[in-house]
Design a protein around this ligand. Structure first.
Ligand code: SF4
Ligand code: SF4
Length: 136
């Protein structure tokens, strides 16, 4: 399985990435529009709109631990991620942990913006026009 597993640095860091934002999924991690719908209805996953001058597209990823503050990941527990490595979102598996405290962890592979374009092309999401956009 492609990706980076937790390191000693991750144990010390106690999931800093997971306490900020969940990693992004790819459409290939879901079988159909129905699977996506069920995942969202379960409350474990959500559809996030990326919206800036460069992009207006949605991506599926785990829901926030604290939806009101839009932080954290619902799958993060006191002893780490409750998902098996192979079941974790692509964006989680592809975050390369830093090796030293003064470095940054590095997202590799398909970026969240590229993943969002893939989601818009997938046919697994409802029409963008059917979604409400916060603040509009
Ligand atoms: S990938 Fe980086 S931010 Fe995430 S737990 Fe490991 S060291 Fe911390
Ligand atoms: S799915 Fe697991 S690895 Fe990914 S952000 Fe959530 S707790 Fe972290």
């Amino acid at each position: 399985m492609e990706g980076y597993r937790e390191t000693e640095m991750c144990v010390r860091c106690a999931g800093g990435c997971c306490r900020r934002q969940p990693g992004h999924c790819l459409p290939s991690e879901f079988e159909s529009a129905q699977t996506v719908r069920e995942a969202v209805v379960s409350g474990k996953y959500t559809i996030v709109l990326l919206l800036d001058s460069q992009i207006m597209a949605r991506v599926v990823r785990p829901h926030y631990k604290e939806p009101g503050r839009r932080v954290g990941c619902v799958f993060l527990q006191a002893d780490g991620c409750e998902l098996q490595f192979a079941d974790r979102p692509y964006g989680c598996r592809m975050l390369r942990p830093r090796q030293r405290d003064d470095e940054l962890c590095t997202p590799e592979g398909i970026s969240i913006a590229e993943a969002a374009e893939m989601w818009e092309q997938s046919g697994y999401l409802p029409p963008l026009s059917a979604c409400s956009i916060p603040g509009r």
